[in-house]
Design a protein around this ligand. Structure first.
Ligand code: 3H9
Length: 713
């Protein structure tokens, strides 16, 4: 016995309790403790049956993912859980797994080795390993199809979505749902089971025989579409398929082979990095977890445009009453119509009940005045991007808002300190930068002005969670983290078309890399007028003589704003499907000719490297300047705000996997090439941090700015 797993006898049933907070992961010591407890209970003549249960908030949430990090870096070999699971399954006394919270990954695999599973109504079970770039590694792909059927096992193992208690019961994963006290119910179930022969999952065959052989290819096609570029979903399908073709032991051996292949892949390293990065962003040095936060009971939003409408929906979705204000009835009606349309489309797709839609709409108060703003705990501004207008709005709300009300700007580029200077309470002013569509995208950049109070930041982080967003702290630099980095990324995309690549070449190369869409397609989706407006705002900061893109402004002057006008970099039909636009191509060629740019053939590799290394170099500036706290925070921004492929880990992690020396060498090639246009040093000088890490063999992932600051570096 050890502290992680304990054993006691209750009502002639041995109760094995796993206690490894926070999620009872199978860390070293837990499997060993389980093994000893089960053996001791099996040998105890006073015990009729055995119940395994998790202490705290959950059953076992899986293998300890931190251990995989060590395996990947070669520090520790993998210890197999398989022998333990066979021992449990072969135990002479019935073993009942009592599930609450989540039985995920190795947790479900342990549960399936028991003879019976009882489950709390709110519990979930799943094999989410693919989300970490691996597959179940302890016979999950072999036992699950025997319990739930092959089709469901393929779905759960290849796509990683969990099922709730009632579905688990219907599928045969669980044997009973226990309302009320789970342990008491499990003990009662165990006493009843004690007299009966108990089934071994690995010996069940019926559901394997029922499988439709065509389902594997269908699943592969689905994975190729919805998990583009990822290895693990395909490996999971192969592993489940082997359950239908091979005896149990051989199926397990095949699973182990596929598991190892996935575990040692860069994809799993990247996805595990993304898992911990997402959970690390809320940890802000100097703002401990117990920092007091303001309660947000009522919200107000200024502006019912694309962003304001989405932000309003976020509050309503979280059950927070929200006022949305516009300046004209027409704009207000238009905004509310879009909100209603968005909800109605969720109802139509079966994602939302009509009653929930009605309830959410009832929380929204559309109006043209500031009435009720004095009651709000937060006022979110989402008006057009322009400093003069923002300052005017902040001066107005400063005069109305009650003390203790947070004033948040949704600016995507502007200086939060200057906005705050329009108020008498800069400590209450913060940036809440949402990403379009704001009701869908999970990222929220929380921008710290020089006066922003810690309580405001802590509240913003907590609020992000409540709104089902991932809050990332950003410093007050033009474009903050995400958009600041986007500028050089989009710049290179435009230079590439000027130098000879087609719009389609550029979009395709980045799409093939794994981005949800190419850079120019993304610009067309966001609206070319957005960047145009920002460029005008910052025109005075452009350095004379440095090369700037030639075509985007011309497209805007012609009223081609992208998808919304049907024309931009590409042409769009009424279903927003793109096709090449010869007029845009001619415009690009003309611009290049006038500027004396010699056009040439450009490889997809050059397209990817130029766009991404420009992005990474700016990321290194952002990190070195402390605009982002950690490289992992930058990765979270790009994974959740810009659809960077999670299996690449984010731009900074990707650069680490390429190797910073290689990145630097490639940038030098680009610098020399750009020198032809007189802008090599301005555009391709490496960020000091990138240079230093490349020279010292460091990585972005291991760079700890806080440590360096503390050490006075
Ligand atoms: C696996 O099982 C492979 C098998 O086939 C076996 C092969 C041999 N390990 O998410 P939260 C930490 S693969 C280590 O904020 P929630 C997490 O980092 C695994 N740590 O809470 C955080 O730490 P901190 C398959 C873990 O309530 C804290 O717990 N399983 C693990 O929002 C709280 O986490 C999965 O993929 C872990 N397995 O959500 C499940 N899980 O406080 C992954 C969590 O220091 N986990 N932590 O930041 C989850 O999906 C969610 O964490 C869960 C709780 C739903 C469980």
């Amino acid at each position: 016995m050890n502290e992680l797993v304990s054993l006691h006898l209750e009502d002639q049933v041995a109760v094995v309790t796993i206690s490894n907070p926070p999620v009872n992961a199978l860390s070293p010591g837990v499997p060993e403790g389980l093994q000893r407890s089960i053996a001791e209970a099996a040998a105890d003549p006073a015990a009729l049956a055995i119940v395994v249960i998790g202490a705290g908030r959950t059953f076992i949430a899986g293998a300890d993912i931190r251990e995989f990090g060590k395996v990947v870096s070669g520090e520790k070999p993998r210890r197999s859980l398989l022998p333990l699971l066979l021992e449990i399954e072969d135990c002479a006394k019935p073993v009942i797994m009592a599930i609450h919270g989540t039985a995920f990954g190795g947790g479900l695999e342990v549960a399936m080795a028991g003879h019976y599973r009882v489950i709390a109504p709110s519990a979930q079970v799943g094999q989410p390993e693919v989300k970490l770039g691996i597959i179940p590694g302890a016979a999950g792909t072999q036992r699950l199809p025997r319990l739930a059927g092959v089709a469901k096992a393929v779905e759960m193992c290849a796509f990683g979505e969990p099922v709730g208690a009632r579905e688990a019961l219907a599928l045969g994963i669980a044997d009973a749902v226990i309302d009320g006290d789970l342990l008491a119910g499990a003990i009662a179930f165990a006493r009843e089971a004690a007299g009966r022969p108990h089934p071994k999952t690995r010996e069940r065959q019926q559901k394997l025989r029922d499988a439709d052989p065509a389902l594997f290819d269908r699943a592969r096609q689905q994975a190729a579409k919805t998990r583009r570029g990822q290895l693990a979903p395909l490996a999971a399908i192969d592993a489940v398929e082997s359950a239908t073709r091979l005896p149990f032991d051989a199926g397990c051996a095949r699973e182990a082979e596929l598991f190892d292949r996935c575990l040692y892949s860069t994809q799993s390293k990247a996805l595990i990095h993304a898992f911990f990065a997402e959970r690390g962003v809320s940890k802000i040095p100097g703002i401990p977890k117990d920092t007091p936060v303001f309660e947000i009971r009522r919200a107000a939003v200024i502006g019912a445009g694309t962003m304001g409408g989405g932000i309003t929906m976020n509050y309503a979705n979280a059950g927070i009453p929200v006022i949305v204000k516009e300046t004209s009835q027409e704009a207000l009606d238009r905004g509310m119509a879009i909100i209603r349309k968005n909800y109605a489309s969720s109802v139509k797709k079966g994602k939302l009940l009509q009653a929930a839609m009605d309830q959410r709409l009832s929380l929204i108060t559309p109006q043209l005045t500031y009435d009720g703003f004095d009651q709000a705990d937060i006022i979110a501004e989402a008006v057009f991007e322009g400093m003069a207008l923002k300052k005017q709005v902040f001066a107005e709300i400063d005069a109305i808002a009650r003390p203790g009300c947070i004033l948040a700007s949704n600016t995507s580029y502007l200086d939060i300190d200057e906005i705050a200077s329009a108020t008498h309470r800069p400590e209450m002013v913060v940036g809440h930068h949402y990403f379009s569509p704001a009701n869908v995208m999970r990222l929220l950049e929380i921008v710290r002005g020089k006066a922003t109070g810690n309580a405001v930041l802590a509240t913003s982080m907590a609020l992000a969670k409540k709104l089902n967003k991932i809050g990332v702290l950003a410093g007050n630099a033009r474009g903050f983290i995400g958009n600041r980095m986007l500028t050089p990324y989009l710049r290179e995309a435009q230079f590439l078309v000027e130098e000879g690549a087609s719009v389609e070449d550029v979009n395709q190369a980045l799409y093939d890399f794994g981005m949800a869409m190419g850079p120019l397609a993304m610009s067309d989706l966001a609206g070319l007028d957005v960047g145009w407006r920002i460029r005008k705002e910052f025109k005075h900061l452009e350095k004379p003589g440095v090369r700037v893109p030639l075509v985007a402004d011309r497209l805007c002057e012609m009223g081609r704003f992208g998808q919304k006008t049907g024309r931009g970099w590409s042409r769009y039909d009424e279903n927003r499907q793109p096709s090449p636009d010869p007029e845009t191509a001619a415009l690009i060629e003309q611009g290049a000719r006038e500027a004396g740019i010699e056009r040439r053939a450009i490889t997809p590799e050059e397209i990817v490297d130029r766009c991404l290394f420009a992005l990474v170099n700016e990321g290194a500036h952002v990190l070195g300047e402390g605009i982002a706290l950690r490289a992992a925070d930058i990765d979270v921004v790009y994974l959740n705000g810009y659809a960077f492929p999670a299996w690449r880990g984010g731009p900074m992690f990707y650069a680490d996997t390429v190797g910073l020396k290689t990145v630097l060498a490639r940038m030098e090639e680009f610098r020399l090439r750009a020198s032809k246009f007189g802008s090599g040093d301005d555009l391709w000088s490496p960020a000091p941090l990138l240079q230093r890490l490349a020279e010292t063999g460091g990585t972005f992932t291991n760079f700890d700015r806080q440590k360096e600051v503390a050490a006075g570096v």
